[in-house]
Design a protein around this ligand. Structure first.
Ligand code: DCP
Ligand code: MG
Length: 390
């Protein structure tokens, strides 16, 4: 990121207040499934000469970055988002492949179809991962763990790729669990064990806390979930604003967010909190472009269509404004979405004061099944319907 003072905070998406009151709902059974070294594994599957080799998928050129690294490449320290030149230096034998998005999308559809054999409550996070609410156990397998085992078996059989799965009673823990025994792993965090599990982990493992977020936390003396749990809510709010509440809950393994399908979502959005406030127009525009990328990816993943685009700005003094534009029809593709988002921001410039948060939400979504009653486990009265990243 250009300005080290405005590093992305542990980005939050959707208001923390969205969470329902503790104990308001019956316990859920959630599975998080995440494909192993996804793009790289697809390449190794389709090109047998790549098997056992350190493989990076992405741009090999001067400014290219690694999108995915095979586990053989990770031994050398090669990672996603690393400049390809760095990767090549770490691993001189690294084989680069170009991305083949059409194939990855195909596999993504295949795994989603497998998920839907077990539940309608599937929330894809990206091409290679999804949350499933299997509380209802529609297939009658008896436990969420049994369902996760069966899903992993079917993915291996039908795609010849491996996936890791995490099973727990909320999304936050299920996602941590899927990462725990990667690759080709399964991890179950049972009720009563969430808090201890979270507290044993470094905070950089938490979804929503990126490398820079972790760095900022380290400067504040927070390395692990236990360090985070030791901080009181006021301290967290003082340092992280409204995200502090989410952190407080995360440190205790608490997460009330329901699994949201595209049918149950009323809006799709994303927002970013900055550690340093932003004010320069070029910084703001750069930050907006990143949010556009993240939010559009989510919209595309869910194949959602909507008419209203809302820009959200939180100023340094915590005042919040939203500015929306509604079209008579659904926003038509990424280019129109991007143009509308840029126009909404440009209309606000110059800002009266720096901002600490920038967000975009697509609302007035077209419903796939208009008359569908709320799905089990989804709060019908939830006012926001926003997805949450963390
Ligand atoms: N991806 C990307 N750019 C990134 C991160 C990921 O293009 N910065 C793509 C390539 C990955 C896919 O998304 O293969 C899935 O991302 P994951 O974070 O799940 O990473 P992998 O599936 O590659 O590895 P892991 O086994 O850790 O899940
Ligand atoms: Mg993955």
């Amino acid at each position: 990121m250009a300005n080290p003072q405005s590093q992305e905070a542990p980005a939050e998406e959707g208001p923390a207040e969205e969470a329902l009151a503790e104990g308001a709902e019956a316990p859920r059974k959630i599975i998080h499934v995440d494909m192993d070294a996804f793009f790289a594994s697809v390449e190794q599957r389709d090109f047998p000469e790549l098997r056992g080799q350190p493989v990076a998928v992405g741009g090999a050129g001067g400014r290219g970055v690694v999108a995915a690294a095979s586990y053989e490449a990770r031994v050398f320290g090669v990672r996603s988002a690393m400049p390809s030149v760095t990767a090549k230096r770490l691993c001189p034998g690294l084989v680069f492949r170009h991305t083949r998005f059409d194939i990855y999308r195909e596999v993504s559809m295949q795994i989603r179809e497998i998920f839907r054999r077990f539940t309608d409550l599937v929330e894809p996070l990206s091409l290679d991962e999804a949350y499933l609410d299997v509380t209802a156990d529609a297939a009658g397998l008896g436990s969420a763990t049994a369902i996760a085992r069966e899903i992993r078996r079917l993915i291996a059989a039908e795609t010849r790729l491996t996936a890791s799965a995490g099973v727990s009673f909320n999304k936050f823990l299920a996602k941590l669990a899927s990462d725990q025994n990667k690759p080709d792993g399964l991890c179950v965090i049972r009720p009563g064990k969430g808090e201890a599990f979270v507290q044993s982990l470094p905070v950089r493992r938490f979804h929503g806390i990126g490398p820079r977020g972790a760095q900022k936390m380290a400067q504040l003396g927070i390395e692990t979930g236990a360090d985070l749990a030791a901080k009181d809510p006021e301290w967290l709010r003082a340092h992280f604003g409204s995200f502090g509440e989410t952190l407080w809950r995360a440190a205790r393994g608490i997460d009330h967010r329901p699994v949201r399908t595209h049918r149950t979502a009323k809006s799709i959005g994303g927002e970013r909190t900055f550690f340093g406030d932003l004010s320069a127009p070029e910084e703001l525009r750069e930050a907006l472009e990143r949010i556009i990328g993240i939010v559009w990816q989510r919209i595309a993943d869910k194949q959602a269509r909507g008419r209203t685009l809302t820009l959200k700005l939180k100023f340094a003094d915590f005042t919040l404004i939203t500015r929306a534009r509604t079209l008579p029809r659904a926003i038509d593709g990424e280019a129109e979405f991007t143009a509308l988002a840029r126009a909404l921001l440009d209309e606000q410039l110059p800002l009266p004061m720096p901002i600490r948060l920038l967000g975009l939400t697509l609302g007035a979504l077209e419903r796939e099944e208009q008359a569908e009653p709320p799905a089990p486990g989804v709060a019908a009265s939830n006012p926001s319907g926003q997805l949450a990243l963390f």
